[in-house]
Design a protein around this ligand. Structure first.
Ligand code: HEC
Length: 220
């Protein structure tokens, strides 16, 4: 620091650079310490960021502000937290040009980043993420859930119909065809096949018994 200022030692610089490296892959995600009076001009707040900072300046108890805004690549969501000086040690570099290390003035100039005061709202850390990614994920998940629900319902419908046909409709149709033939006086109509012990089975047993009594009565 004596011979040349090392910006890597400044947390605000390092965090910006780390996120910058990530942005090579995900350019829609941004992080910025947006300041009204920045040391590094790239941290100067833009119009909408100034509005966010003024929210924090108006309401000093506000610790987080979440919002949405339109960007060139679609809707983005941002989360902002206020920047205030928490520690008098920060004033060494951010209060007056005279107090700051000469190597810092050499690098950043004496024009901005000074005159910050304790507990003033100086800016806001703003993280911005694109909405398109989570919205697309939510859409995809919705499609998968609805698709599998529809599939399950169709499967249940098909299985229920098959069972209804096999267990109820088919035996009852057979029974009613037989009843038709018996009612028309056909005595040699085939016997009712033995049925399982359920309601349909009981019905066909009763039918067989009724048929026997009928034949008996006719013979008398
Ligand atoms: C050794 C001097 C020094 C000290 C001490 C120091 N800063 Fe800084 N600060 C800087 C420099 C230089 C930059 C510009 C870094 C860059 O290039 O992004 C900076 C940048 C910042 C920024 C980013 C916005 C801007 O102005 O570019 C914030 C926020 C900040 N400092 C807050 C603090 C806080 C809070 C403290 C006390 C905990 C503190 N600083 C202590 C030198 C210092």
């Amino acid at each position: 620091m004596k011979y040349g200022f090392l910006p890597q030692s400044i947390p605000a610089y390092s965090s910006f650079e780390v996120v910058n490296a990530l942005r090579a892959k995900h350019p829609d995600y941004t992080y910025k310490p947006a300041m009204l009076n920045p040391t590094n001009p790239r941290d100067r707040a833009q119009d909408w960021e100034e509005d966010v900072i003024s929210q924090f300046a108006k309401n000093t108890t506000l610790t987080e502000y979440v919002g949405q805004r339109g960007t060139a690549s679609g809707q983005a969501m941002f989360i902002a937290r206020p920047i205030r000086l928490p520690n008098p040690a920060c004033l060494q570099c951010h209060s007056t040009v005279d107090a700051a290390p000469p190597t810092m003035i050499e690098k950043y100039g004496p024009a901005n980043g000074f005159g910050w005061k304790m507990n003033d709202t100086l800016g806001a850390q703003i993280v911005s993420v694109p909405m398109a990614v989570p919205l697309k994920r939510a859409d995809d998940a919705f499609g998968v859930v609805m698709g599998s629900l529809t599939g399950v319902f169709v499967l249940i419908g098909v299985v229920l119909n098959l069972m209804l046909w096999k267990l109820v409709i088919q035996p009852v149709t057979k029974l009613s065809a037989l009843a038709d033939r018996v009612s028309l006086g056909e005595r040699d109509a085939p016997r009712v096949p033995p049925a399982p012990k359920d309601e349909i089975g009981t019905l066909s047993e009763s039918f067989a018994r009724m048929r026997k009594s009928l034949v008996h009565a006719m013979l008398l």
